[in-house]
Design a protein around this ligand. Structure first.
Ligand SMILES: [Zn+2]
Length: 256
């Protein structure tokens, strides 16, 4: 019991540390800044941030959300993303156990978190993040080899081709894009990771979440928001990664 508690504390700590890396991705990728060479600096006064002010969650609380030098407010995004990543890791391990799949799913979650925030803000998904998910998918395919090989390969195409057809059909019929190219690449990469059954489930879950939440947001704010599909697809992918196989098994038993 105690050992298990300590294990989850360690997983949480890993989560918030890697979550702070996710913040770096979120801030720098849209600006095309180098991820590795730039030191972290205050967005207002530009002063370099010392290592002791870069401790995930702790520093934000000690500094009460203000820059040590100029006192400007630090975005709540930093502690929120770190906390979300920490709790996310704990939740993933609690659901999937101490397995390789859990580690890969945690990394997938971190990249999806970055994609969700970046797409929410900029309506774009950085290509490099989709490639990273593709690499995770490749590792997952190798781990599942040879049993799940075709499951994963078909997963790469299952939803992405459908979205591509919708994209071109939409351009012909209504003269507008219904998906972004980044969304399609995301579903190809995540499809390689999840396999075709789960990626279809992820897509359906993402569409339902997107439709419900987007219409509620539009009604509440009154104006016509542009839809960033990425956050909803990311949520759908995580739902499928955690419960997809259980749900599909239940569904198959129901029918046959
Ligand atoms: Zn400052």
């Amino acid at each position: 019991m105690l050992a298990e508690f300590i294990l989850y504390v360690i997983i949480f700590l890993y989560g918030i540390v890697i979550g702070s890396f996710s913040n770096v991705l979120i801030c720098r990728l849209p600006l095309k800044e180098n991820i590795a060479t730039h030191r972290s600096h205050c967005m207002t006064c530009g002063s370099q941030i010392q290592w002791y002010d870069l401790i995930p969650l702790v520093s934000y609380i000690i500094l009460r959300g203000r820059c040590r030098h100029c006192g400007a407010g630090i975005s709540a995004q930093y502690p929120l993303v770190e906390a979300a990543n920490g709790f996310g890791y704990v939740f993933i391990f609690a659901n999937l156990g101490l397995t390789w799949t859990s580690i890969l799913t945690c990394l997938l979650f971190t990249i999806l978190l970055a994609i969700a925030v970046i797409d929410w803000r900029t309506y774009e998904i950085p290509f490099g993040l989709n490639v990273t998910i593709g690499v995770l998918g490749l590792i997952k395919t190798i781990i599942d080899y040879p049993m799940g090989l075709w499951e994963h390969i078909i997963g790469f195409f299952a939803v992405s081709i459908f979205m591509l057809i919708c994209l071109y059909a939409g351009r012909l019929i209504i003269g507008a894009d219904c998906f972004g190219g980044g969304d399609i690449k995301l579903m190809a990469a995540a499809g390689l990771f999840l396999g075709w059954k789960c990626i279809i489930l992820a897509f359906l879950a993402g569409c339902i979440l997107g439709a419900v939440i987007h219409s509620v947001r539009m009604r509440m704010s009154g104006d016509n928001h542009m839809l960033a599909f990425g956050p909803y697809l990311a949520a759908g992918i995580m739902i499928a990664a955690l419960w997809g196989n259980t749900f599909i098994q239940w569904y198959i038993n129901l029918i046959f």
